[in-house]
Each structure stands twice: as C-alpha cells, then as structure tokens.
Design a binder for this molecule. Sequence first.
Ligand code: PMP
Ligand code: GLN
Length: 384
Amino acid sequence: MNLPGIQSKLPDVGTTIFTVMSQMALEYNAVNLGQGFPDFAMSEELISLVAKAMQDGHNQYVHMNGLPLLRNRLTEKAHRLYNTELDPETQITVTPGGTYAIYTALTTVLNPGDEVIVFEPAYDSYIPNIEINGAKPVLISLRFPDYSIPWDEVRKKINPRTRMIMINSPHNPTGAVLTEHDITELRSIVEGTNILILSDEVYEHLIYDGMPHLSILRYPDLLKRSFVCFSFGKTYHCTGWKLGYCISSPELMKEFRKVHQFNCFSCDSPKQVAIAEYILREDEYLNLGPFLQQKRDFFRELMQSTPFECIPSHGSYFECYSYGHFFNETDKELAVRLTREYGIATIPVSAFYKHGEDNKVLRFCFAKKEDTLTKAIQKLSGLQ
Ligand code: PMP
Ligand code: GLN
C-alpha cells in the first residue's frame, strides 16, 4: 500500500511469528505450543492482592520510576540472589514489560550508524528495535547445535562503531544458558572500551539442571555499562500483565528515564502494589526452576515417542527439536503443516534469524499443563 508522505521505518518487517502462529493455532483448533505463555493458572493470592489494591484506592499514577516500595523490595531481592548493592532511587525503573525495557534502553543510547552485536537466533524484537533507531545490527550466529557464543567471531566484529552487545540468558528460543567462561570472555572484550551491554534476563528464574543464573547484577564492573531487563510476566505466570523493570548504573538510568518518562511515565499501579507484597513470598520464584524443569522433563519424555531430536534446553519456557534427518521441508513449511494437518502449533526457529537461517529446528513451549502436553504429542503419532 502507498501511504502518501509516509516512509516506513521498518519496511522489511511483517507480523511477528508469535501472532502468526497463535492465529493459525486458533484457526485450525490446534494445541498451541508456539507462542510462549503458560496455560496453567497464576496465583489466586496475587490476583486477590491486585483486587485489594484497587479497592484500597491505588488507582492513580504512581511514581514515574516505579512504586518506591516495589523498587526497595527489588533491591533487597537482588542483594539476596546476586549479592548486588543497588540504589532503588537511581538504578531501578519499573516498565510496562521486558520488551519495553529493551526498546527504551536501545533508544536511550543508540545513534544512527552505531553497531550492536546481536546473537542469532534472537528474540524477534531486538533487530527492529535497533533498526528503528537508525543503528545497525551486527549479526553473529550461535554455534549450532549447542547454541554457544563464538567469542572469536565477536572479537573480529568489534570496531570503533560498536556501541553495544546484547545477551540473553536463559535464552529464547534455545534454552542455552551463559557460563562463567562466557562472562570472562564478555568482560575481556568490553574492558577498556565504551561498549555497553544489554542483558535480557526475563527468564532469570526459569533455569534448570542446577545451573546458576549468572546475572549481570553479580558483576559490578559489568553492571556499570549494562541495562539488565526483567519481566514480572514470566516470574508470576501472567504474561498478559506486561510489567517488568530495568536495572542499570545511575548514569545510564538517568538517560533511560528521560526516554521512559515521555513514553509511559508510570506503570499499572494496583499491580505494582500487589507485587510489592507478593515478592516477599520467596518460594514463589525460588521454586519456579524445579516446577518448570519437571514440565521440561515430562515433555522431553513424551517427545521420545516421535522422530524429533532434542536439542537440550537448560532454561526458559522452550525446548528446540531438530527434524532434518527425517523431513526435507523448511521449518516454516513444517510448522504450518503440523498446525494444519496434525493440530499442533510450534515456532520455526528460522523466524529468529534476520536472513532466515534454517537448521530445520522447531521451538516447542513446554510451560503447559501435563494434559496439554500429552494431548499435543499424541497428535504427532503417525507423523509422516
Ligand atoms: N525477552 C525475551 C527473550 C522474551 O522471550 C520475552 C517474552 N515476551 C521478553 C523479553 C519480554 O517480556 P514482556 O512480555 O515482559 O515484554
Ligand atoms: N516471549 C514469547 C515467545 O517468545 C512471546 C512474546 C510475544 O508474543 N511477543 O513466544
């Protein structure tokens, strides 16, 4: 369509794969293991706390940086989990979701011509959000099939225009998790440079196999140059709430808030009041890893009855499976065929690569009731 006077800022961007696959799941009445969201209920207590907050009159704007009590409690939580010393006045801002925090961080620091190192497969908002700021994503493929970071290649791509490196652990879509080795490599690359880090840690508690979450918050030298982004939607099984937060150095956060204040100003108040109380129930987030690991293992076991080959996930909602040894079609073709003909929706991992790199891998979301997972995999019996 020709829109008079308008030049698209994102001419190559279509509709996100999550919407495409969820709509297709609805259309074909398929079990939706595509888009990442739980199909089990969130805490009744947290819902009641929101209702109570509304009844108690917490219905007007809260502080633009986030409810002070919530920021204080996030500071205490970060100290307990990661031994971080934060100042809630200057280093935490509550945002309408993790994606918004990422967009705001990018918009805060990127200028036309800047380069940002992005590892692919990448969560699908990263690249458009770099490009809309006139900056250039410098794409590096994670090593297939373990999806580890090729640090030698990162070193080769660093130049005076490199403004930022984006990391995401636990990783969407692969479930890969950063190790101490990765942190050492990252540190040695950025030390003595002006390179910033954006660390997407929305799956901080969804980590399995006894692996620690190596949050950037653990490393004061790295935190000084980082924006670290989180999502309450993932932690409390309420992705539709779209509430999250960003942690950074006081200097970077000051600039972040200049952008934030004219886009959102302040976030949903009753939910902040409710979470400020509910966050005290430590077990809720400490038990998330074991709870979802059990689902991952249940799903993995079911998948053994199919010809798909597991690429083990150590975190997030997702596990990836390859099929190149038994089907030739592209991952997009297979995802469409599975939805239409077998009634199970997944996400083709090529959608997480700007140039559609296709290793013949599908992403499955296992954050579902056991009954849903069983039903989904039954549909794959007789797959041909
Ligand atoms: N980053 C990654 C890797 C994600 O998977 C998600 C989930 N949508 C987000 C960020 C953003 O979360 P939110 O829904 O809070 O914006
Ligand atoms: N993070 C979720 C996923 O990767 C969904 C996000 C979205 O729908 N935008 O599936």
